[in-house]
Design a binder for this molecule. Structure first.
Ligand SMILES: [Mg+2]
Length: 358
């Protein structure tokens, strides 16, 4: 009888504790569900439960994706700061002489200029401030990209724009004996790069399997026209023979008028996850981008330079690692609609200043 009572007690207590554990998990997941519903999350960040993929990536999916690849990004080597919220860049403009602006999410969304950003850019230049655009864009050649921003109302010269395309072009100049297979659409004019190359986009990847397998290296410039089938073909080819892969546009996503687009960094990290690729990246948050910007502004002390961006894991992380002051803008870009405090706490990446827009 005593044994029976003990047995029943153990079973009941196990059942109760299991129910309690389930209730706790459910409560945690309910908190996640709010984020899933509002942000179309692909994977619950608290319990890891997989969701059906959304048609387009959400800002929270992008944030979580950056967190997952964190070991491949530069480590934060400076002390964290207490971010100061300001109404706009105008409030702190007199503290700086040089401004380095990210493009997408700060100056423009897709092919649409942000009016307040355009006005601020004009004001700063009228005040005699030096303004640079530091963009991870790599599809368009330099001249075409400068013209795009001039058409959007940002009066820049070629000397005021550093793109990932420009960074990789400079590096390719010392790799002239290689043949590169290039991820890009035809209008990207990869034939203007200082190397032998052919396009892998818009081709029948099976019919061109030998050509791809014989390429010395791969250059990931642009996802326009890129498909899952092309990605699979590239992955298979690299699995047969692993070769150098350079990525000019380390971004995972970019803000467009109709949502976020997947960018070359996303596909490069997919290859890193599946076949162990160790790619070389050109652009933010890596030092090659910030070294180029600091060289152009070398007449201004680093303490008087401000990096302005919408992405914690590229603009702010890279700017902090480069020893620059940083400002995060939140209204239009990579963190739009998210809880910024939570994003900073989860990532451990803190800007000096936060504003909705510049
Ligand atoms: Mg951006």
């Amino acid at each position: 009888m005593i044994l029976l009572v003990i047995l029943v007690t153990v079973v009941v207590s196990e059942w109760v504790s299991a129910e309690v554990r389930q209730a706790v998990l459910w409560f945690r997941h309910t908190k996640c569900l709010h984020r899933i519903v509002t942000e179309s999350l692909l994977r619950c960040s608290l319990c890891g439960r997989q969701q059906e993929p959304a048609m387009t990536p959400s800002t929270l999916w992008a944030f979580d994706s950056y967190q997952r690849i964190r070991s491949r990004l530069p480590a934060v080597t400076v002390d964290s700061v207490e971010p100061q919220s300001v109404a706009s860049l105008g409030v702190i403009a007199d503290r700086f002489d040089g401004f380095i602006f990210d493009a997408f999410g700060v100056l423009n969304v897709g092919n649409t200029a942000l009016p307040t950003a355009r006005a601020r850019f004009h004001d700063l230049q009228a005040m005699g401030k030096r303004c640079l655009v530091l963009s991870n864009a790599a599809t368009a050649p330099q001249r075409q990209l400068v013209q795009k921003y001039r058409n959007l109302g940002f009066p820049i010269t070629s000397d005021q724009l550093i793109s990932s395309r420009m960074l990789v072009s400079a590096a390719l100049g010392s790799e002239t004996d290689q043949t590169w297979a290039v991820m890009a659409p035809s209008w990207a004019r990869s034939d203007q790069l200082p190397c032998r190359s052919f396009l892998i986009a818009n081709q029948d990847i099976q019919a061109n399997r030998d050509r791809l397998d014989n390429a010395d290296a791969v250059l990931m410039l642009s996802t326009q026209g890129w498909t899952d089938r092309l990605q699979q073909g590239l992955s298979d080819s690299l699995r047969r023979r692993l070769r150098p892969v350079w990525v000019a546009n380390p971004d995972l996503v970019a803000p467009r008028e109709d949502g976020l687009s997947l960018e070359p960094g996303h596909y490069a990290h997919q290859l890193a996850d599946t076949i162990g690729l160790d790619a070389v990246f050109f652009g933010k948050p890596f030092s090659n981008a910030f070294d180029a910007a600091k060289t152009k502004l070398s007449h201004i002390p680093a303490s008087r330079l401000l990096m302005v961006g919408d992405t914690l894991h590229t603009d702010i992380l890279g700017g902090r690692c480069a020893g620059l002051s940083t400002m995060l803008v939140t209204a239009h870009g990579a963190l739009k609609g998210l809880n910024i405090g939570t994003c900073m706490a989860e990532s451990g990446i803190f800007p000096d200043f936060i504003a909705p827009e510049i």
